[in-house]
Ligand binder design. Structure first.
Ligand code: IPE
Ligand code: IPE
Ligand code: MG
Length: 242
């Protein structure tokens, strides 16, 4: 499949994934939901490796949304300790693979231990350049845009810029994703067909790929299938095809 992808041509520079379906995966097996989340860690490893193999530059993973704070406290605790465990287990491997990790979201809400683990992972991978891995945690797209608007308002108030200077670039520069290209391909697993407040600004022209596969069953193979499908799309960006 990799050979086919390479022959086909354009590889998406940036792939974003809404990793969904862990709870249903667990329910199918009569297991508690946290075991579905745990099982999903293997899929994370797979897509990181697959993205590197395919030559993707940026991989964005939606791990925990702002709205997910409304889940039962036991599930939130399980997710936070899984995050710590993922970092403890994968940090060295990620560093060796040449992955630069960024953690994007309202990190003030994380437990101190999870926040410290994230900060350490960011620090030890900061000089890598093979793949940028964006982990979206405690993230909501509208909140991100509100934050950008506040930063802009503050710059205008302080006289650093005028209201007329506010343009798309000025907004993009104040989003968490500053410096990375917009996603070319957005994948959502588990058959749901919605964005759930993920990267609303950035996915303006992303190709959408909705996979029925539950996240814990998502493997390299599925990632490569999504890339192949992406390669068959005609991206027009509002223009007409030549
Ligand atoms: C995705 O799986 C992981 C998170 C949202 C944290 P879900 O937990 O949403 O799984 P389903 O949608 O209930 O199957
Ligand atoms: C979106 O999944 C958030 C993540 C994958 C982290 P949800 O399962 O929370 O989304 P909804 O509630 O079904 O829209
Ligand atoms: Mg879900």
């Amino acid at each position: 499949m990799l050979a086919r992808i390479r022959e086909n041509g354009a590889i998406p520079r940036h792939i974003a994934i809404i990793m969904d379906g862990n709870g249903r995966w667990a329910r199918e097996r009569n297991l508690p939901r946290p075991l579905g989340h745990r099982s999903g860690m293997k899929s994370v490893r797979e897509v990181v490796e697959g993205a590197i193999e395919a030559g993707v530059e940026v991989l964005s993973l939606f791990a925990f949304s702002q709205e997910n704070w409304q889940r039962p406290v036991t599930e939130i605790q399980a997710l936070m300790s899984l995050l710590e465990e993922y970092i403890a287990r994968e940090a060295e491997e990620l560093a060796q693979q040449g992955v630069r990790v960024q953690v994007l979201g309202d990190l003030a809400r994380l437990t101190p231990a999870a926040a410290a683990a994230a900060a350490k992972l960011i620090a030890i991978t900061v000089h890598n350049d093979k793949l940028v891995l964006n982990l979206f945690i405690s993230y909501g797209s509208r909140a991100e845009i509100v934050r950008a608007a506040q930063l802009l308002a503050e710059d205008v108030r302080a006289g650093r810029m005028s209201a007329a200077d506010v343009d798309e670039e000025a907004i993009a520069e104040r989003l968490y994703t500053v410096g990375v290209p917009d996603p070319d391909l957005l994948i959502r697993t588990s058959g749901e067909q919605r964005l759930s407040n993920f990267m609303l600004w950035q996915v303006a022209y992303a190709e959408l790929y909705m996979s029925p596969v539950l996240w814990p069953n998502f493997r390299r193979q599925e990632l490569f299938e999504a890339i192949l499908d992406f390669q068959s799309r005609d991206r027009r960006f509002g223009r007409v095809t030549a």
